[in-house]
Design a protein around this ligand. Structure first.
Ligand code: 5AD
Ligand code: SF4
Length: 436
């Protein structure tokens, strides 16, 4: 459908936000005749989809919308969506009166109703959109992202998400399978199942139906013909029971790369974070996975300098890093967030310079690990799904365990699986030549 109204969306934060932005764009195209542009200056509607997980992105929001307001086309509207919209609500309009509307992370389906109502704020935290049929999102041709639940029931003491995305409700299994099928019909070979806590899937549905499990969902999704690869994020280490691990190992469609957010390696700190598992449990789960799944890559999130973290606690984290040998680490320095329990631990906060030093040392340790591991791929032949063509003529794709591989090629390879003999490496990617 051609239209003369243009939409520009800027997305901050997690993959859930990426999918929400796709839904926003699809809803506005279907119901309000907007088409997307990547030039903010041309847009009639500018939306910023925000993140509030750490303080930095929140600060970024106000400087960013200030810039948008200065540079936007005459008469263009500005909307703020996502997690910061949920937690600041009308205060956003008070602080930045040129903002036309505010839509929280749990209210995305209302976008078509608020877009023409100046000053509207929709941030209800119990709004249930688990059965709302969003207009089909446009995705990267070969990969689709499909939400499997909304909200989060965990109460990790550092985390603002339960208050921005509300209680956890699972999306009905048939809606998920249908969404995966539609994506495959549009050319996707890989699906990313998304939720704040994917492996607690099935505990609560809004129609009160019988409970289900994430393992069952994986089995159903893997029956979709034409779907080659299933990925998911984020699973919670606490819910990685044997059933799940065995399905992970058995099901050939599941990508051999798993995200296991450690957060801390110290049992004491894990307790203060209310994560529900110990250092030993985490190592036990990772070891079991590695023993059953050859070539498994494990990625993680780590927060350093949580209130009360001693040098000894930090060394426990380094110990887990050394034992589990993570393939990728997303490192964060603890950032106090409004409304979280950890805010009551103010007197135990770790001085900023110590936090920064711990972060740097952790990054260094991991760099050394990657420098030791990545060259071991050189000489191996890896199966790669080619996804994109780079301006320099190379193509880029990912192996089943989610290693990024570059090789020379053309657009005729897009969406195909090829064997690549690896000839060189960096800390984060590989390069090679296609072989038969
Ligand atoms: N401070 C620092 N990092 C945080 N995360 C979540 N909340 C905070 C916080 N208050 C990190 C966690 C989570 C990732 C998405 O962001 O590691 O897994
Ligand atoms: Fe995603 Fe959490 Fe940021 Fe919200 S606060 S966008 S759920 S990372």
């Amino acid at each position: 459908m051609s239209s003369n109204k243009k939409l520009f969306i800027q997305t901050l934060g997690c993959q859930m936000n990426d999918t929400d932005s796709q839904h926003i764009a699809a809803e506005l195209e279907k119901h309000k005749d907007y088409s997307q542009t990547d030039k903010m200056e041309d847009a009639d509607l500018i939306i910023i989809n925000t993140c509030s997980v750490r303080e930095k992105p929140v600060q970024k929001l106000f400087s960013e919308i200030g810039q948008f307001n200065k540079k936007k086309k005459d008469g263009a509207k500005i909307g703020v969506c996502g997690c910061t919209a949920s937690h600041l609500g009308r205060d956003i309009i008070k602080r930045a009166p040129y903002v036309d509307f505010v839509v929280g992370a749990r209210n995305i389906s209302k976008i078509k109703d608020v877009v023409d109502v100046k000053g509207s704020v929709e941030i209800s935290i119990d709004h249930d959109e688990s059965t709302y049929e969003f207009a089909t999102a446009k995705t990267n041709k070969y990969r689709a992202s499909v939400n499997i639940s909304i909200g989060c029931d965990k109460k990790c003491t550092y985390c603002i998400v339960p208050s921005t995305r509300g209680e956890e409700i699972s999306i009905p299994i048939e809606m998920i399978v249908d969404q995966v099928q539609k994506s495959v019909d549009l050319g996707a070979v890989e699906v990313m199942l998304l939720g704040q806590n994917v492996n607690s899937y099935g505990r609560r549905f809004s129609d009160g139906r019988e409970k289900s499990t994430f393992t069952k969902l994986l089995q159903e999704v893997s029956k979709v013909e034409g779907l080659e690869r299933i990925r998911f994020t984020s699973p919670h280490p606490l819910h990685m029971d044997d059933d799940f691990i065995e399905e992970f190992a058995r099901n050939k469609k599941i990508s051999r790369c798993i995200h296991m957010p450690l957060q801390s390696g110290s049992t004491e700190i894990l307790k203060a974070m209310k994560r529900g598992y110990t250092k030993e449990w985490f190592i036990n789960r990772a070891t079991k996975l590695r023993s059953l799944v050859p070539d498994l890559r494990i990625t993680t999130d780590i927060i350093v300098a949580f209130p009360g973290e001693t040098q000894e606690d930090y060394e426990d984290t380094l110990d887990v890093v050394n034992q589990v040998k993570f393939d990728q680490i997303f490192n964060f320095k603890y950032s106090p967030r409004p409304g979280t329990e950890a805010l009551n631990m103010k007197e135990k906060e770790v001085p900023d310079e110590i936090g920064s030093k711990r972060l740097i040392d952790l990054i260094e340790l991991h760099k050394r690990h990657l420098e030791a591991v990545m060259p071991s791929y050189v000489g191996q032949t890896l199966n790669v799904l080619v996804e994109s063509l780079k301006p320099n003529g190379e193509v880029c794709g990912f192996t089943d365990n989610y290693l990024q591989v570059f090789t020379s090629g053309s657009d005729s390879l897009l969406g195909k699986f090829v064997n690549v003999k690896i000839t060189s490496n960096t800390r984060t990617s590989l390069k090679g030549e296609i072989v038969e």
